[in-house]
Design a protein around this ligand. Structure first.
Ligand code: AVI
Length: 319
């Protein structure tokens, strides 16, 4: 519930206006929700790195094993000498497995976070001596003009981690279309997509015993307090991870454990005990829905690899 709207519209130095707009709008709705993209400040990115190593969080290690086993198959099907374009490259942790197999003409990591991007691009450049690396700092949800220096080599897009699952269906399809435009004619795409599975595996993956995912979720409230002049009582919230079977997704929420009132950027809000702020969706795919999503985005699946438990899938598609 929004109690009062009294704030100066003057821009605050150092504050991302899009962050403030998303938080204020998201807290003012009946079902409070804040987009998951705001998890990733420095602390949030560190916590996410920790999540990827947790025993309960199967996606990262499963996808890495699939890449290690099948990168040569990708090279056989896609051929060598393409320019590899990685979307949301982050720390580029899985990239060497792919680069070593497909012997690219160039590597183009694209990420919205410039610092992280330049560090990991430099590290990869050292590891693959002679490989032209052209980092691009950009929002890849819209078509991007790739650096002219990569020339006319056909492109292989790489989108690991099942990050696509953090988007709703329409946004996921829009993103796949934007990727097809960015990559151009003759492109292929290697994408990781997490599979639907039992709640006994899914819920612990998003609510681990050590509480790292809880800290990751709660860090959003700390970020709001710090960057948006908030006084949210973080200790009055608990992390919740819920499997929504109808939507085939894990939802993360922050649940108020008592009635509270707080201020963010001069706006006052109240929450009743049990009310939540919805902070993330992580959609999971069946074999058909994965291919259908790719097809709606303009991609035809040419190969698919899964682990023996069918927990995670790596799909190769052509435009
Ligand atoms: C980045 N993304 C694919 C992760 C996921 O599994 O949806 C984010 C995450 N949230 C909690 N744990 C991991």
């Amino acid at each position: 519930m929004l109690l009062e709207m009294e704030r100066s519209d003057a821009a605050t130095p150092g504050v991302d206006p899009a962050f403030r707009a998303d938080v204020l709008a998201g807290l003012a709705t009946a079902r409070k929700a804040i987009p998951a993209r705001w998890f990733y400040d420095r602390r949030g990115s560190e916590l996410f790195e920790q999540i990827t190593g947790l025993p309960e969080y199967y996606p990262t290690r499963t996808e890495r094993a699939l890449l290690a086993a099948h990168a040569p198959d990708v090279a056989r099907l896609a051929g060598t000498g393409r320019a590899v374009v990685e979307f949301g490259s982050g720390s580029s942790a899985k990239t060497p497995l792919l680069l070593a197999a497909v012997e690219p003409a160039a590597y183009v990591p694209i990420d919205i976070s410039g610092d992280f991007l330049r560090e990991s691009a430099a590290a990869l450049g050292q590891r693959f001596a002679g490989l032209p690396v052209h980092p691009v700092e950009a929002d890849f949800t819209r078509p991007i003009r790739l650096p002219a220096a990569i020339g006319g080599a056909p492109r292989l897009g790489f989108f690991p981690g099942s990050t696509i699952g953090n988007l709703a269906a329409v946004a996921a399809v829009d993103l796949l279309r934007a990727m097809a435009t960015t990559l151009g004619e003759g492109a292929m795409l290697l994408i990781g997509m997490d599979r639907v599975k039992g709640e006994d595996v899914l819920v612990p993956a998003y609510d681990d015993a050590q509480g790292v995912t809880a800290a990751f979720n709660l860090n959003l409230l700390h970020r709001i307090n710090r960057e948006l002049d908030g006084d949210i009582p973080v200790d009055a919230f608990r992390h919740r991870a819920i499997w929504n079977d109808g939507e085939a997704r894990i939802e993360m929420h922050l649940e108020a454990t008592r009635d509270i009132a707080f201020t963010v950027s001069g706006c006052r809000f109240a929450m009743a005990a049990g009310e939540t702020i919805h902070t993330e969706n992580s959609h999971k795919y069946g074999p058909r829905s994965a291919r259908q999503t790719l097809a709606a985005g303009g991609w035809t699946t040419v190969a698919e690899w899964t682990d023996p438990q069918q927990n995670f899938a790596l799909l190769l598609a052509e435009a």
